[in-house]
Design a binder for this molecule. Structure first.
Ligand SMILES: [Zn+2]
Ligand SMILES: [Zn+2]
Length: 308
């Protein structure tokens, strides 16, 4: 059942729980939105729009910002919001450059979902992020069976062959995957019904400081090498793999080739950078070492493999 949001009789816009459209109760008992009532502040007579009683005296204490909300109405509004959220399905999809087929993903999987052709699709790039993930946020306003909708998407992702090692997409609906997500991360995603993030990089991370990006990995370096490097770093730095605190991923898309080391909550980024700079690695029959090439966004986490 759809509840109709009560609206302000002056501007005919729906009231909101907070902000410019919050309902304000005047002394006369009439209610209008904050926006409309602010007009009274500059009006000479300062009378209620409906009953014409003087409601604002020439007194600072009676300024609009000091007037009380209509709390009863706010309560009703909150219930309406909750009810709406119950029927809303929100899907968040974050893809790294390796799975840049975001449009393909959207057209092929998302739009095939039944019952919800009306999802506004918000696509944005995490500009501030070191790896510039593409993020798709889907908000379906009215989905009666959310479990089923999410399940359908989950099924399609796997059925239509996104190679798990290449796709860099995880559907956290999968129970096994869910178990791997750290609690803090799960909590931060709770408002989403359905989350896909870079494959197997489920840790909580800060986009500014906890990535190490290594450009120009040796020719032939692939995701197996990335997993090997991951094991080496974990082993040498005493990180436990089951804590999911570190993940090394290899990304290749058109001319962009790089390795990203995601460091979670372990706080060992400095140590890991030191380790990389000091160690020699054998990859694709090349002996390489990580060196700092130049400073990009952050001075310490932009490295390059050099042949030695
Ligand atoms: Zn209004
Ligand atoms: Zn009035």
């Amino acid at each position: 059942m759809d509840s109709i949001v009560p609206e302000c009789t002056i501007c005919s816009e729906g009231y909101e729980v907070d902000g410019r459209k919050v309902p304000i109760l005047l002394d006369c008992g009439h209610t209008f939105c904050r926006d409309c009532i602010s007009q009274l502040e500059i009006a000479l007579d300062q009378k209620c729009f409906t009953c014409q009683q003087s409601v604002l005296k020439y007194d600072n204490k009676r300024k609009v910002q000091n007037l009380k909300k209509n709390y009863e109405l706010v309560q009703i509004l909150e219930q309406i919001v909750k009810e709406k959220e119950r029927n809303q399905l929100v899907i968040l999809i974050a893809c790294c450059p390796a799975s840049i087929q975001v449009n393909h993903f959207r057209d092929f999987f998302v739009t095939q979902l039944e019952n919800k052709p009306d999802a506004p699709i918000l696509m944005h790039t995490q500009e501030q992020s070191f790896i510039q993930e593409k993020v798709i946020e889907l908000v379906y306003p009215n989905v009666t069976n959310r479990g089923r909708a999410a399940f359908e998407l989950h099924e399609k992702v796997y059925r239509y062959g996104l190679d798990i090692n290449q796709s860099c997409i995880i559907v956290s609906l999968n129970e096994e995957r869910e178990k791997q997500l750290p609690k803090s991360f799960k909590a931060s995603l709770q408002k989403y019904d359905f989350v896909m993030i870079q494959y197997n990089v489920p840790m909580m991370r800060n986009t500014h400081t906890d990535l190490i990006r290594i450009d120009h990995p040796p020719v032939g370096f692939n995701y197996r090498d990335a997993l090997f490097l991951e094991k080496q770093i974990n082993y040498t730095n005493g990180l436990k793999i089951e804590q999911q605190d570190l993940a090394v991923r290899y990304y290749s898309y058109q001319n962009i080739v790089f390795v990203v080391i995601y460091v979670g909550s372990c706080g060992k980024i400095e140590r890991i950078i030191e380790f990389l700079k000091q160690s020699k690695f054998d990859y694709t029959s090349q002996r390489v070492k990580a060196t700092i090439e130049h400073q990009l966004h952050q001075p310490n986490n932009y490295l390059q493999f050099k042949r030695i």
